[in-house]
Design a protein around this ligand. Structure first.
Ligand code: CA
Length: 297
């Protein structure tokens, strides 16, 4: 069965790349015909403008003539390697690239992320997961291109303000009848010891674990270290997105530290102990084994 010539044709109903108005254009690069077909059907059903390519060179040609808003890219292609496609695309395109590959070794994943891929889905995969990753990648891209990077985020019951560097307990759970916004005046809660994390400054262990019992309805705050803030700033501004270990290490500690994954393990464990309801089963600060970390809102 020969290829369909209309594969390389955007079914445009508006300019791709115009957030909000047009449909997002997605380039699928995959040499397995059945998988390519399944992806095309699923994406078209969800109103994406789909372009396809079966080789690396074709992908680069299609991307050049119809710049996509996102790329789903198989690594094992018949001509040039998928990582080479990433490198070439990244010379001019900032469109998110989601790698789709049967290669499971951490080296392959890290290699793809290091040259500019945004996310990595291992075959076999669930279509729903791939679609969710695609939505997240496009959302993030919209945010980066336009209006606002988020300045606050929630992790479980904690509201994290990246501008003021404050962590406060959200009013949603166990607070009797407070308004939605955490109001920073301490008057209403004279009962227990509301200043668990903020008073002395010398007590290194005042991290919230100890204050969990003081449920006087008081607004609790949590202290984070400068390193923990830098980690959160990188992760929380990319909700739903995989951040590679090397990227995170370089962002926090600087160039030359990209291999020190033990630093990340240590600090991520501490962040989970402070912020996750159940640090053993984190729901927001997720590890992607062999690749990096993801903030799941
Ligand atoms: Ca392949």
């Amino acid at each position: 069965m020969r290829g369909e010539p209309e594969d390389v044709r955007p079914e445009s109903q508006g300019p791709p790349g115009a957030p909000g108005s047009g449909r997002a254009g997605v380039l699928i690069v995959e040499d397995q015909p059945e998988l390519l077909r399944a992806l095309r059907i699923n994406l078209r059903a969800r109103q994406y403008d789909v372009l396809t390519a079966r080789t690396g060179r074709e992908a680069l040609a299609v991307a050049a003539s119809h710049p996509p808003d996102a790329v789903i890219l198989d690594l094992g292609l018949p001509d040039i390697d998928g990582t080479e496609v990433i490198v070439e695309l990244r010379r001019w395109s900032k469109a998110p690239i989601i790698v789709l590959s049967g290669r499971t070794s951490p080296g392959d994943k890290i290699g793809a992320l290091d040259v500019g891929a945004d996310d990595y889905v291992t075959k076999p995969f669930a279509m729903a997961e791939l679609l969710a990753r695609l939505r997240a990648a496009l959302r993030r891209d919209d945010g980066a291109a336009g209006l606002s990077t988020p300045h606050q985020a929630t992790i479980g019951r904690w509201l994290i303000n990246l501008t003021s560097h404050q962590v406060t307990r959200t009013a949603t759970d166990s607070a009797p009848a407070a308004g939605p916004g955490p109001s920073p005046h301490p008057g209403s809660a004279g009962g227990g010891g509301p200043d668990a994390g903020s008073s002395g400054g010398s007590s290194a262990g005042a991290l919230g674990e100890s204050s969990a019992g003081s449920s006087a309805g008081a607004e609790e705050t949590l202290r984070l270290t400068p390193t923990e803030w830098r980690i959160l700033e990188i992760l929380l501004q990319r909700p739903g997105q995989l951040v590679g270990s090397a990227q995170l290490l370089t962002g926090v500690w600087g160039p030359g530290y990209s291999q020190r994954t033990n630093y990340l393990r240590f600090h991520m464990a501490r962040l989970r102990r402070k912020l996750e309801d159940n640090p053993a089963r984190p729901r927001h600060l997720l590890t992607e084994p062999g690749m990096g970390y993801r903030y799941q809102p």
